[in-house]
Design a protein around this ligand. Structure first.
Ligand code: DGJ
Length: 771
């Protein structure tokens, strides 16, 4: 890892074993991008990489030099007003209405380690030697505005993180005049940021395909891949949360890049609110990738002396295919984004009450489920929605975080004690950001609701958003939640969020504030998380938003696991986990075995299938154990023991996608008919493979399953954990398992066969161990 500045050509070279990133100070003082890709040996003289040519009608800063125009020079952080007529990363507006800024290089410094981002989640280091940071200061002298571009690279990961900080250096004098700024800035030096994205990256060609992760409630993060076209292609959220619809993550890959080979760039935004991921191909084949807070509705007033900090964007590079790219994100997110007591600890296997009791329960019912779950080896009982106020359905009580004594006569603490006495941990559901109109909180503080005065606010699930830009609201939530959690008997919190934010207006606040509200709302959420996780460091937080509507890198900083979807059907879950795995580690994916017929699809899948999918996540159950037969309970007991003995391999092993549930399978089965993935231990001696055959083929051809990530020189056994498998009679070379694979053909069908592996939605789990 190294960050080098070559004074002769004013060139910066950020490099490690995985990539090189090179840019320069241009002759107009702005920064020009030169190269991002496979590692290059450092040397003096990369300046020739700057290409510029005369383009008709291009605006040029220097008379007599018609070749130099920001319209087609590749840049580091394009700003409005310099002749770049593409979409830019930053728009600064002065009170006279001018939208024009001109930031020029002033200085830079190279620091060991990585500074934290004030009030925002971000990747971090544990020791300075793990990473190095370059901070470049640019300045607009007319506006007295400083812009600090920050770049961090990790020694052992091919990732670059970026963020931007704006500092208004004007000093407002008593008489209202300023030391800096001139006519362009207003009398007191205030400017407005109308757009302040986290980073921009110009790539020299457009020969890329874009992968986005898109969906809706119950079908989150489905990969969609398409060739870039001239113009803008975007992913975004305008919902006040990162959303089911698009995840703040995208991949640019060469069209022939696959899971095991080829070049790709991944980009993720460490943020949970409105975001924009924009990929623009200009008419000279330059690809501009930008990410940040969505500019729609955003307007940040920066007064003299104030600073604005953007969220962090993480960029990763690979030449070795998508699995390698994902593994870089997995390692970074699991070890240097997630934090706290539970980061590296085996997570408890939980049973959640939602799909077994919904809001209709009493204490005896909960204790009967918990008691049985404990007998089977489950560690944690989680009481979901319906325990507070008088909440029997979704029309009331959000905001009133006190126990409903009709259901819990001894309060939360009483129930928690009884659960603890069983030998189990206890967990509780909250939806802190919301308020019901039928609540004491709303009656006491109607002005705490986000709404436009004079208009009837839109409801979502009969509920409304609290205004967390107000510190008194954050204080109230902290106090009322900590009062419940203070007993020390609650070991886990599920933090839910079930509606999008509309009617965006902070009551009692001036006009200039309103463009800041949505970002301040997320800062309020982060502040509350920070206070609670600091006050209760051993409590495990799981994030949730109607399933996976806020499953994003920002949340991982506070909650090391998140509920990825409300869809608990095993067949759908394979797709959701597969898509989620492009960016997120297995250890972050909340995954439960639920009852059949499944509550979302009415589909019936075997208990084994449901567990074989859920193992590749945090693992737990969401069903009434008392309704399971003795045989099923025995099976659950074995599943729980299996998960406990394989937890470390699953959580920390390298994850490889093998067969996509979205593609045509290699042997011609219909798309979605099968899927497979695996995890491999760091020493490559142990692996666990999940194979999911959703549709049974009839009299199909021979099929083999090719593995990945093994030691080619090692000899392995392959053991099916349940069904007899002819392949388990042999040993295999690691090279053979990866190049040829092993046989998984179905050997029989019809009622007269002795083969047990028959029917739809059947799965196999293979343990692969070095001899
Ligand atoms: C939505 C969540 O995704 C569910 O898991 C459950 O907690 C419900 N909310 C409770 O209202």
């Amino acid at each position: 890892m190294d960050i080098v500045f070559h004074k002769s050509g004013n060139v910066f070279h950020i490099m490690n074993r995985g990539f090189s990133y090179i840019f320069t100070v241009l002759k107009n003082g702005q920064l020009g991008q030169l190269y991002f890709g496979a590692p290059l040996a450092d040397r003096d003289g990369f300046e020739h990489m700057l290409v510029a040519a005369h383009r008709d009608m291009a605006p040029c800063p220097f008379e007599g030099d018609g070749d130099f125009s920001m319209e087609d020079i590749k840049q580091e952080y394009p700003v409005n007003g310099n002749g770049d007529l593409r979409n830019v990363a930053c728009v600064v507006e002065t009170p006279d209405g001018a939208r024009n800024a001109d930031f020029r290089y002033v200085s830079h410094r190279i620091l060991p380690g990585k500074p934290t981002l004030n009030g925002l989640p971000a990747t971090y280091v544990e020791r300075d030697g793990e990473a190095e940071t370059l901070e470049i200061t640019l300045r607009d002298d007319l506006l007295d505005l400083r812009m600090i571009l920050s770049y961090t690279t990790y020694r052992d990961l091919p990732v670059l993180t970026r963020n931007v900080r704006f500092v208004n250096d004007s000093i407002a004098a008593d008489d209202g005049s300023t030391t800096g700024g001139t006519d362009a800035a207003d009398a007191d030096g205030t400017v407005t940021l109308r757009r302040a994205l986290s980073a921009s990256l110009d790539l020299p060609d457009a020969h890329w395909s874009m992968m986005q992760f898109t969906g809706a409630w119950a079908r989150e993060r489905r990969p969609q891949t398409f060739r870039l076209h001239t113009g803008v292609q975007e992913i975004y959220s305008l919902r006040g949360h990162s959303s089911h619809q698009f995840n703040p993550f995208l991949i640019l890959k060469r069209p022939n890049t696959n899971e095991s080979a080829g070049e790709a760039i991944g980009a993720a935004l460490v943020y949970s609110g409105n975001f924009l991921g924009s990929v623009e191909v200009d008419n000279y084949h330059v690809t501009r990738l930008m990410m940040g807070i969505h500019p729609e509705g955003f307007a940040w007033t920066l007064r003299p002396g104030e600073t604005f900090q953007t969220p962090e964007m993480v960029v990763a590079y690979t030449r070795d295919g998508l699995n390698a790219l994902s593994q870089s994100f997995h390692t970074l997110f699991r070890t240097r984004l997630a934090r706290g007591y539970w980061r590296d600890r085996p997570r408890p296997i939980l049973i959640n009450s939602w799909e077994s009791t919904y809001m209709r329960f009493d204490e005896a019912k909960l204790l009967s489920i918990a008691g049985k779950a404990h007998e089977l080896g489950i560690d944690l009982f989680v009481l979901d929605d319906g325990w507070f106020g008088h909440r029997d359905d979704a029309t009331s009580s959000l905001g009133d975080w006190t126990a409903d004594r009709r259901k819990l006569p001894d309060g939360v603490e009483g129930l928690a004690r009884k659960i603890n006495d069983l030998g189990m941990m206890f967990g509780l559901w909250f939806e802190p950001e919301m308020v019901s109109r039928d609540s004491d909180l709303y009656r006491a503080h109607p002005d705490w609701m986000i709404r436009v005065p004079g208009r009837e606010p839109l409801q979502g699930r009969n509920q409304y958003e609290l205004d967390l830009s107000k510190s008194e609201v954050v204080d109230y939530l902290f106090d009322s939640m900590s009062a419940i959690l203070a007993s020390g008997r609650v070991s886990y919190v599920k933090w839910d969020m079930n509606r999008s934010i509309t009617d965006v207006f902070s009551q009692g606040r001036p006009a200039a504030f309103q463009g800041e509200l949505l970002h301040r709302q997320i800062l309020g959420v982060y502040a509350l998380y920070e206070r609670l996780t600091s006050a209760l460091p051993k409590v495990l937080f799981e994030s949730c938003a109607s399933g996976g509507a806020r499953f994003d890198p920002g949340m991982l900083y506070y909650a090391p696991q998140g509920w990825i979807s409300d869809d608990t059907d095993a067949a759908e879950r394979v797709k959701i986990q597969f898509g989620t795995s492009y960016a997120y580690p297995v250890s972050s994916m909340g995954s439960h075995v639920s009852a059949v017929p499944n509550h979302q699809l009415m589909r019936v899948t075997p208990l084994k299938t449901r567990a074989d999918v859920a193992y590749f996540g945090t693992f737990g159950y969401e069903l009434d154990v008392n309704r399971m037969t003795d045989g099923e309970q025995e099976q659950m007991r074995r599943q729980i023991a299996f998960m406990k003995s394989h937890r470390e391999l699953i959580d920390t092993g390298d994850f490889f996608r093998l067969i996509s549930p979205f593609d045509e399978s290699e042997v011609g089965l219909q798309p979605g008919a099968e899927a497979a993935w695996m995890v491999v231990s760091a020493d490559r001696r142990h692996a666990l493979v999940g194979y999911y055959r959703m549709i049974m083929p009839v009299n199909e051809g021979y099929r083999t399953l090719r593995l990945a990530g093994l030691d080619p020189a090692e000899t392995y056994t392959v053991r099916d954990t349940e069904f007899p498998l002819p392949a388990s009679r042999f040993t295999y070379g690691g090279d053979e398992l990866m190049a040829r694979g092993f046989d998984i053909s179905d050997t029989g069908f019809g009622p007269f066969t002795t083969d047990m592996y028959q029917g739809d939605y059947l799965t196999r789990l293979f343990e692969v161990d070095a001899v």
